[in-house]
Design a protein around this ligand. Structure first.
Ligand SMILES: C[S@@+](CC[C@H](N)C(=O)[O-])C[C@H]1O[C@@H](n2cnc3c(N)ncnc32)[C@H](O)[C@@H]1O
Length: 285
């Protein structure tokens, strides 16, 4: 049993002072655009305690000083981004977006102009479910594999999630979230992979994953996109970062291209040259 003094010492090792909370929040903001405020202190502390233990450091003070002063501190920022950003996602998350894409957006686009076909971007792709869902919907739209004329770029700032997304391996339970008609695009693992599913190789060829920050003006490359999904990303950004990103995304769309955002996100569409066409779906004018 811990004595009172030990308990106290243990407790203070696990508490971040306000200055350190501000330092961590500012670091995350400058790396990602995500604004964490003081109401997130408990969450920040809990996640940093796990990280501090992994690094075998003995207190949060030591962890913050490692971040600030150690030569490894710069690389540690990447781990910090992994643990302090929210990665929740699902296959066919907000199903109405994929119905709209299949039934309305894709038929309204000009036939693919580029050699590789339509270009889609899952911006802030987390562990890949959104990009794989797009690939399933597009493959379904085109039918035979020989007719697939699309490419998908999927990007996220977190190395940890991009690595997982590229593997395209998920627990078997996710099949429940994939509508029946799309289940042919996953295969069931055997042996050591029993209990997992994997996206089929034909679809895996259609998606490229990159670790990139959306704050980087070069993110997404140079070629324009017909469709951009940037969902549940700017919800964590402050106003300025959101406005800047939305402007850049619109610039990356072809005229008549579509931007899909998350259900609890809003944007001032007119001022950036977008027309709302369905809830949380916009078309470039
Ligand atoms: C909640 S997930 C959303 C995943 C998916 N778009 C969806 O709606 O299901 C948000 C993702 O945005 C990523 N993210 C946050 N800031 C970013 C930035 N500046 N650049 C790229 N990705 C970022 C996070 O790492 C996280 O994986």
């Amino acid at each position: 049993m811990l004595t009172a003094t030990k308990r106290e010492a243990n407790g203070s090792r696990h508490i971040l002072g306000d200055t350190d909370v501000q330092f961590i929040a500012d670091l995350i903001h400058s790396e990602t655009g995500v604004r964490l405020n003081h109401t997130k202190k408990t969450m920040i502390q809990a996640r940093l305690i796990r990280r501090m233990q992994t690094l075998r450091l003995s207190s949060l003070d030591e962890y913050v000083s490692y971040l600030r002063h150690s030569p490894d501190g710069v690389t540690e920022r990447s781990a910090l981004v992994d643990i302090l950003t929210t990665h929740k996602t699902d296959f066919f998350r907000e199903r109405h977006h994929f119905d709209y894409l299949l039934e309305t957006a894709l038929p309204s686009l000009h036939q693919p102009r580029y050699h590789g076909g339509w270009r889609l971007w899952s911006a802030g792709c987390s562990t890949g479910e959104e990009a794989w869902t797009l690939a399933m919907v597009l493959a379904n739209y085109f039918g035979e594999e020989a007719n697939w004329r699309f490419r998908i770029l999927a990007t996220d700032i977190s190395e940890m999630v991009v690595d997982r997304a590229m593997k395209a391996v998920y627990p078997r339970s996710v099949v429940e979230t994939i509508p029946f008609e799309y289940r042919r695009f996953v295969m069931h693992g055997r042996g050591r992979q029993a209990g997992n599913i994997r996206v089929v190789p034909e679809l895996r060829k259609m998606v490229t994953f990159n670790r990139e920050s959306l704050l980087d003006p070069a993110s997404g490359g140079n070629e324009p996109f017909e469709i951009i999904f940037c969902r549940n990303v700017v919800i964590y950004f402050d106003r300025d970062a959101t406005a800047l990103l939305v402007k850049r995304l619109v610039r990356r769309l072809v005229p008549g291209g579509y931007l899909f955002i998350g259900h609890s996100e809003t944007l001032d569409s007119n001022s950036v040259g977008l027309q709302p066409v369905a809830p949380t779906v916009f078309r470039k004018t």
